[in-house]
Design a protein around this ligand. Sequence first.
Ligand SMILES: [Zn+2]
Length: 328
Amino acid sequence: MPGGANDPYEVLGVPRDADADAIKRAYRTLALRNHPDRNPGDADAEERFKTISEAYATLRDPEARQRFDTYGHVGRGPVGAQPDFSHVDWRVIFQEADIPIDWSRRGGVPTTGNVVFDALFRGVTTMFRQAGLLPGEDREVRAGVDLGTARTGGRKRIHLPGPVTCSTCRGSGHDHEGSCATCGGTGRLARGISVDVTVPARVRPGTKLRLAGMGGPGQPPGDAYVEVAVELPTGFRSEGRDLVGEVYVTPLEASRGLSAIVLGVPVSVPPGVRDGQGVQVAGGGLGGDLVLTVRIDIWRGLARAALDTARSALTAIRRTVTDERKLP
Ligand SMILES: [Zn+2]
């Protein structure tokens, strides 16, 4: 139903038979009056600027204007559907109506020369961003990798939540054969995307891997950063490139000394070790060392010894199998 804020003619204050020039003049007058430079921090002006810009976007497009004249709304769906301005090229609109906006600020939001748009016009900024006029937002996700993968490097599948820039067409919406099949020509993937990231060998926990152009949609698209979280057994932690924790030994082992495997690394505990003494294995971390504190504790020491026995039995079985295969 025409009328009120949903009626673009009423919003711009022009008659139904106004020609393109009259509509543009009306829009320019109203847009400049509600421009951020003149209304710093005014949320109502922001909303007015957005409304009149959308009204103008409707009336300057012959097809959209025709649709409004016929059905009384600008949405493509049933009556009352939200109009979709996501494909409107706002840059062209502001240029042709001669609304001054400084687009040059890379990595930020447009400014009007001296006032940052974003602070004043969050709604407009969202509108710009959805229209692909602003640089896309950077994204950050965490990826948990096991210690083996962290040591040797490998692949890890992660999910980047949407919307993200379509990685097939890089946001352009088309490939060499026409409309991009992956995103259906929208240049974005609303549900996000699963990607395999390459984890480098001996990755430092907390490393952020950059996936260029796989962040939020925009022009240019943002980047995605994958923070590598190395999953360690309880009681162990990483400090930079070192791995830090405790090794439990029985009182007998403490007096005799022992060889143990901690986090997959052979560790030599010297005879006569005291509780709280440090044992360090150079190169046993992730590009750093394995730094252990010896704890003399009979029960935990026995539990560790049992695990060591099971592990070496398994290794012996594997070795036997391998040796038998070598037999003629
Ligand atoms: Zn695509």
